[in-house]
Design a protein around this ligand. Structure first.
Ligand code: HEM
Length: 415
């Protein structure tokens, strides 16, 4: 049996904070290996990168999610009792609930709502001196996803709910105030979502049959019981929160167009080029750095021993930039997707494997459609310019966002 290369330091948490998104890939390079072992927050952790690692990581016989997510992430990003920490048949059953929301008609409804909200916002932006796009897009997405999900949202509530949903996304990788903001936001949002679930169950809130809130409120687990109020709240937030999170990808789309304006023309001219562009944005820009699981039953992989219970993290960002999978990975080249063969284990910004069987993000199609709506507005339906500003991104800030939050000026509707 080979020894997994090990970091010769008592704990690598500081180095993780220092290197951020590049933590695993830098170490893998140092050890010339797809896998190494270290301690993170004092716990032995195996870190992995690349397509083969991804394939093994998504093998449900070898890995489980129960007990894999650190408490600080549960108390901010995920909540407790949701689909992310489930395994086996129970996971498959709960996951099916999410996948049932992702029909083509339903996704189209959401992207139309996003476009309507965007349209309405342009009117406002036209009379503003400058627009901080990130803040505006979060609000557009919050309004759209609440309508889509059957969640009532009074005008006076929009800012508060947008801020809460965003704080949960912004906080898991943070310490201090930013982290605490996320915890408080989760507590408040779970209360709110729980109340809404009860309103539906007591028939005091009417929601369309296929809406997310209705599906979640009436979902029955394998014992034929309705979900606990708190768990239903967590699952409703599992739809609202990440849709608002897609604002980051909208900003990355805007950044890519700004930096590589030559693609604007191609997107306008070639029917399917938006797909390639959006895929490259998801590959190239940093979102979630990694995902965690635990070894379910000891096994051997490439001669390395993985003991039962060991925490393992898979590098999403590093795999998306792995030179063995992507030619010139640090260059932004949407053309690379023109000839690409579908593969569930190489482009993994939202996880890998199978949507139904694994923990791969059920919101991938929604995310891409939102990005395509954004692309249409940026390239066809509005004019704007990008003033001088600090667009740098700190790769130790998780999740990353450009310093200026992308400011635009001189907005005008086109056609
Ligand atoms: C899971 C990323 C949008 C709902 C995940 C995972 C990642 C991810 C990395 C974990 C994969 C794993 O554990 O193996 C993203 C990113 C998004 C996004 C970067 C873009 C902003 C969405 C949307 C929705 C959604 C729009 C729902 C409408 C979920 C849920 C899970 C999940 C429910 C848990 C799935 C499971 O455990 O089986 N996402 N996501 N996400 N995502 Fe997303």
């Amino acid at each position: 049996m080979r020894q997994i290369p090990a970091d010769n330091v008592p704990d690598s948490t500081l180095s993780l904070l220092f290197d951020g998104y590049e933590f695993i890939s830098k170490k893998c390079q140092k050890y010339q290996s797809d896998v190494f072992e270290t301690r993170l927050m004092l716990k032995k952790t195996i870190c992995m990168l690349g397509q083969e690692a991804c394939q093994v990581f998504y093998n449900n016989d070898l890995f489980q999610r129960e007990g894999a997510t650190p408490g600080r992430i549960q108390r901010t990003l995920f909540g407790q009792g949701g689909v992310q920490g489930m395994d086996g048949t129970a996971h498959r059953w709960r996951k099916q609930m999410f996948m049932s929301m992702m029909t083509p008609e339903s996704i189209k409804q959401l992207s139309d709502l996003v476009a309507d909200q965007w349209d309405a916002s342009i009117r406002k932006w036209e009379i503003m001196d400058s627009v901080v796009l990130f803040e505006e897009i979060k609000e557009i997405l919050c309004r759209a996803v609440c309508t889509w999900a059957g969640v009532p949202l009074a005008e006076s509530e929009v800012k508060q709910r947008t801020d809460e949903l965003s704080a949960m996304i912004d906080s898991p990788g943070a310490a201090g105030l930013r982290h605490w903001r996320g915890r408080i936001a989760r507590q408040r949002a779970e209360e709110w979502a729980g109340d809404l679930i009860e309103l539906v169950r007591f028939r005091n809130l009417e929601a369309p049959a296929e809406s997310a809130i209705n599906i979640i409120a009436w979902h029955r687990d394998l014992e034929n019981e309705l979900l606990d109020r708190q768990i239903a709240a967590v699952e409703l937030l599992n739809v609202l929160r990440p849709t608002v999170a897609a604002a980051r990808y909208v900003i990355f789309t805007a950044m890519a167009l700004h930096r590589y304006p030559e693609y604007g023309q191609r997107i306008r001219k070639e029917k399917s080029y938006d797909e390639f562009f959006v895929q490259e944005v998801r590959r190239y820009y940093p979102f979630f750095p990694f995902v965690a699981a635990r070894v379910k039953k000891e096994f051997e992989w490439k001669g390395y021993f993985f003991p039962t219970g060991r925490r393992v993290i898979l590098d999403l960002y590093g795999t998306n930039r792995d030179a063995r999978l992507w030619e010139s990975p640090d260059e932004f080249r949407p053309d690379r997707f023109e000839m690409r063969e579908e593969n569930a284990f190489d482009l993994i910004p939202q996880g890998g494997g199978d949507f139904y069987e694994n923990h791969r993000c059920p919101g991938e199609w929604i995310t891409m459609e939102i990005m395509k709506v954004a692309l249409r507005f940026f390239t066809e339906n509005m004019e704007y310019y990008v003033p001088e500003q600090d667009l740098s991104m700190d790769l130790t800030r998780v999740p990353a966002i450009p310093e200026s939050r992308f400011v635009i000026e001189g907005v005008h509707r086109k056609n």
